[in-house]
Design a protein around this ligand. Structure first.
Ligand SMILES: Nc1ncnc2c1ncn2[C@@H]1O[C@H](COP(=O)(O)OP(=O)(O)OP(=O)(O)O)[C@@H](O)[C@H]1O
Ligand SMILES: [Mg+2]
Length: 164
């Protein structure tokens, strides 16, 4: 498959020294578990940017991430409303909210900022997780953790993370 410009950009930033090894998940449950463990290490104020083509597992990852923060309500991708906000009630978790965005329907960075995107890019006591972060790649703040998901086989997905 031909790579888009933004994927090439991400691939080059990921090949830098800060790059961690790619994790190969063999099932949706494994992707969720990986994301749940990952979430426990993330401090409040962090933006998590998910990259990857349709069906690469961004929503599965986001669901696992939410579970890891103790969110028990159903987590579905907010494709039509753009953002879902979850309150985190677990006392042992420092993060108070999770903002889950899906920018698939946003054409470009400009329209993302019209709906108030900038507030979600400085989350303070919250964490923001963004599907289709390609749409606003240049606007992502420093300290953003980029996660690239990719198809390996029908049941396998590669997960790679890098800090901006
Ligand atoms: N190892 C795996 N990890 C995650 N998902 C997997 C895996 N193997 C198969 N799948 C399947 O791949 C699909 C991933 O769907 P998901 O909605 O998470 O993708 P997405 O990247 O959010 O796509 P979209 O861009 O449409 O939002 C699901 O149907 C899931 O069951
Ligand atoms: Mg999705």
């Amino acid at each position: 498959m031909k790579k888009s410009k933004s994927e090439n950009h991400l691939a080059s930033s990921i090949s830098a020294d800060s790059c961690k090894d790619e994790f190969i998940s063999s099932s949706p449950a494994e992707t969720e578990d990986f994301a749940a463990k990952f979430a426990k290490k993330i401090s409040p104020g962090t933006v998590i940017a998910l990259f990857g083509e349709l069906g690469s597992g961004k929503s599965v990852f986001a669901r696992g991430f939410a579970r890891g923060l103790g969110i028990t309500e159903p987590v579905q991708s907010p494709t039509f409303v753009i953002v879902h906000e979850y309150r985190i009630r677990k006392k042992s978790v420092a993060v108070k909210f999770l903002f889950h965005l899906d920018l698939y329907r946003i054409e470009n960075a400009e329209s993302a900022f019209v709906f108030g995107m900038d507030e979600y890019l400085k989350p303070e006591a919250a964490i923001t997780i963004i599907e289709w972060a390609e749409r606003i790649e240049k606007q992502l703040p420093s300290g953003t953790i980029k996660i690239r998901l990719r198809h390996v086989t029908e049941k396998q997905r590669g997960i790679l993370s890098v800090e901006l």
